[in-house]
Design a protein around this ligand. Structure first.
Ligand code: MN
Length: 326
């Protein structure tokens, strides 16, 4: 989806990483979401946990939006007109509902629950995302992955993958990127990454072997989940520093809990995110905006009934580097 903030701030992320973290390797940072309207008269709202001031990334994961369960009859659902991306991949993962995806590669796909759709922006792509008429409840996450410098101009690409869920200790785990609980996704990433949906039976305790070189984040959708000793409520994102080789999740509720587990090696390059773009400099962002507004570089989305989204105005104040955020 698009970042539809009217005046998006330029965010500098991913500068040198303190692998230990201020509270030592076992400390869990709990990030609360902020509500961001997606625009339109009946504005569907998303809950954004990344980026934020205290932390901008988990591995190469640089943007986490969580939405729903949303009664589409009341909110109008999702209707995001063609918009560009560069320097990143988008990951769409649904819990319920259906989204029709069209992009300038010519892809026309339906995003459905339990199915990964990963779009590589690379040098430049554009896409539209619209919930389908048969959707009554829309519920899911939209995540972005920053591309490392050597691959940031990669060819545009679109991949679809349906993981086979695996069972372990009262949990059902769907690994859509990377490896977890004996399951591996074949989908190619440009940095080591983990992405998985974890569904926990009431009061279940699950201990997972994880890569000790990864930092991890658990975004809770439903239920109260204890992560490495810290209680997370729905819509909160718990972040764990590297150096753990196991992670323990406990469903502290009497109903089923559901969460998305993200991981990756700390992203040590400095990047700048603005609107739907990731660049290495302010000039990269200015150029991407000019290219979108002049109709070059990002291609054309065919089959969408409506105009593309105009880019917001760039901030008028000079870009100020942000304090290092892990
Ligand atoms: Mn998008």
């Amino acid at each position: 989806m698009s970042n539809l903030e009217r005046a998006p701030a330029e965010v500098r992320c991913g500068s040198p990483v303190d692998h230990e973290g201020p509270g030592g390797p076992s400390r869990v940072e709990v990030l609360a979401p902020r509500d961001v309207p997606l625009g339109g008269p009946r504005a569907m709202t998303v809950r954004r946990t990344l980026p934020q001031r205290s932390r901008s990334m988990i591995g190469a994961w640089c943007f986490t939006d969580h939405y729903g369960p949303d009664d589409v009859a009341a909110t109008g659902g999702m209707g995001v007109a063609p918009h560009p991306h560069t320097g990143l991949q988008t990951v769409s993962w649904l819990f319920s509902g259906e989204i029709e995806h069209r992009d300038s590669l010519g892809s026309h796909a339906y995003v459905r629950p339990g199915e990964l759709n990963l779009m590589t922006g690379g040098h430049g792509i554009s896409h539209s995302e619209v919930s389908t008429p048969r959707t009554t409840v829309l519920h899911g996450v939209q995540l972005w992955v920053a591309l490392p410098a050597e691959h940031r101009l990669a060819d545009r690409d679109f991949q679809h993958y349906v993981p086979e869920p695996v069972r372990a200790d009262g949990a059902v785990i769907s690994v859509f990127l990377g490896t977890l609980a004996g399951a591996s996704s074949p989908v190619r990433t440009f940095t080591p990454l983990l992405g998985a949906e974890v569904v926990l039976a009431p009061r279940a305790t699950l201990t997972l072997d994880v890569d000790p070189g990864f930092e991890h984040g658990l975004l809770v959708d439903q239920g109260d989940v204890c992560l490495a000793g810290a209680l997370l409520r729905p819509a909160e994102l718990g972040c764990v520093h590297p150096r753990s080789d196991t992670l323990t999740l406990v469903n502290e509720s009497d109903g089923t809990a559901r969460a998305v587990l993200l991981g990756g090696t700390p992203f040590e390059e400095e990047i700048i995110m603005w609107w739907n773009f990731i660049g290495r400099s302010h000039e990269d962002i200015v150029q991407a905006r000019e290219d979108w507004m002049s109709g070059t570089r990002f291609g054309v989305v065919h089959g969408y009934d409506g105009d593309p989204l105009p880019a917001p105005q760039l901030p008028t104040v000079p870009l100020k580097p942000r304090r290092r955020t892990r």
